[in-house]
Design a protein around this ligand. Structure first.
Ligand code: ADP
Ligand code: MG
Length: 383
């Protein structure tokens, strides 16, 4: 059954359209977004589809076909939407409707049905895919023509203020603004962006996503500590954010920091921003895309040793992939589990994949999910 068929079965009428929004992986630029820094995600071929129709009675009805959420339709009067409600998964799309209305957009009721191929909770941003699919559907249904960057800002507001998750702007921007064959350079300070050519297939390359399927329980608290440590570093260096520490001045900045932990955090953020700039330079020039491999691996070492957000499973993916001949590898996303990315020659995909599978089996870890990630298009109307 198509999503439109399911919509019809659920709501007893035809959907007015179907919209898609992708998950994402971050190529480089990790833990930089809350330091006003640079990120460079690209969209996955995996999407969340939203079949939708508008309603004139001020009611929002939501349903998801995902097996890991309750299967019933959630019905919410628009007048009751407010941050702090706890309707489980429905908070994400309800939060988007709330954010649109709170920003003054004349959004009324709607029926929505979602079907997703983005793995949940794997660091691939199923939450942003769900939000952006909702926002684009409503923008079109109500003829609002909201520009993509603003759509992302509104979706982030939904996730921060309504769902209560303190995420940066990267995920929603990636889902809303990416284009196929490109990675998206985003300056998280002024939200300026640039599409950077990243056509792997044309170079005989593949980028594998390895979902470790683990999520270590302490990740939220550790994230908060890293954020606080970065703020302490910026304060000690007397800059608005770590983004304002130029790479060339890093040694002098580090010499001014007394706390060894803060020093490590600062070193990661400043070098990571430089790695994003180096990656853009490599991808924008005529040089070989393969040259970004070592930059990715350097980024992993920095996240593991300086920022300390990796975990044994992620390190095992990276070490095994490199030993099996990959060009570069790193953890992606917040860390403490989730996914890693591996850049490899197309011809080496089978060897790299089986090496990772074997290494996980020998370590007694659950089998990882490995799939190729083609840089794909951002949110769009399907029908
Ligand atoms: P990630 O964004 O990395 O996948 P999050 O914890 O931010 O992880 O978001 C995952 C949550 O988003 C799920 O637990 C679920 O509540 C919600 N979610 C995402 N996609 C869907 C979907 N298609 N249907 C229902 N809920 C979804
Ligand atoms: Mg998320």
């Amino acid at each position: 059954m198509t999503v439109a068929d399911v919509f019809h079965e659920l709501y007893g009428r035809a959907a007015e359209g179907v919209w898609a929004a992708p998950g994402r992986v971050n190529l480089i630029g990790e833990h930089t977004d809350y330091n006003d820094g640079f990120v460079m995600p690209f969209a996955l071929p995996h999407t969340t589809l939203a079949a939708a129709g508008h309603r004139d009675d001020g009611v929002l009805r939501l349903h998801s076909g995902s097996p890991d959420v309750p299967g019933e339709v959630v019905e919410l009067p628009l007048a009751e939407l407010a941050p702090g409600r706890a309707d489980g998964w429905a908070d994400y799309p309800a939060g988007v409707v709330w954010a649109l209305r709170d920003a003054g957009y004349p959004v009324g009721g709607a029926d929505l049905h979602f079907a997703s191929t983005v793995p949940h909770g794997a660091g691939l941003s199923s939450s942003a895919a769900l939000e952006v699919a909702t926002a684009l559907a409503l923008s079109d249904l109500y003829g609002l023509g909201i520009e993509r960057g603003e759509l992302a800002v509104l979706c982030r507001r939904a996730e921060n203020a309504y769902v209560g998750a303190p995420t940066g702007i990267m995920d929603q921007t990636a889902s809303a603004c990416c284009t196929s064959g490109h990675a998206l350079f985003l300056d998280t300070r002024d939200l300026s962006q640039r599409q950077v050519p990243f056509d792997l297939a044309a170079h005989g390359l593949r980028l594998l996503v390895v979902d470790t399927r683990v999520k270590h329980a302490h990740s939220d608290g550790e994230y908060g500590k890293r954020r606080a440590g970065c703020e302490a570093g910026a304060a000690a260096l007397d800059v608005p954010a770590l983004r304002d520490v130029p790479y060339a001045e890093l040694p002098a900045a580090l010499a001014r920091l007394e706390d060894p932990e803060v020093r490590r955090l600062v070193r990661h953020v400043v070098t990571e921003n430089e790695r994003v700039e180096r990656t853009i330079a490599l991808l924008s020039s005529a040089s070989d895309v393969r040259a970004i491999g070592p930059v990715l691996t350097e980024g992993h070492a920095s996240l593991r040793d300086d920022f300390r957000v990796s975990c044994p499973e992620l390190d095992l993916v990276v070490d095994t992939a490199l030993a099996a001949g990959a060009l570069g590898a790193r953890m992606t996303g917040g860390g403490f589990g989730g996914s890693a990315i591996v850049l490899t020659e197309e011809a080496a995909v089978a060897t790299v994949t089986s090496s990772i599978d074997k290494a996980f089996a020998s370590a007694g870890y659950p089998a990882p999910r490995v799939f190729p990630a083609v840089p794909s298009q951002g949110a769009h109307r399907v029908s």
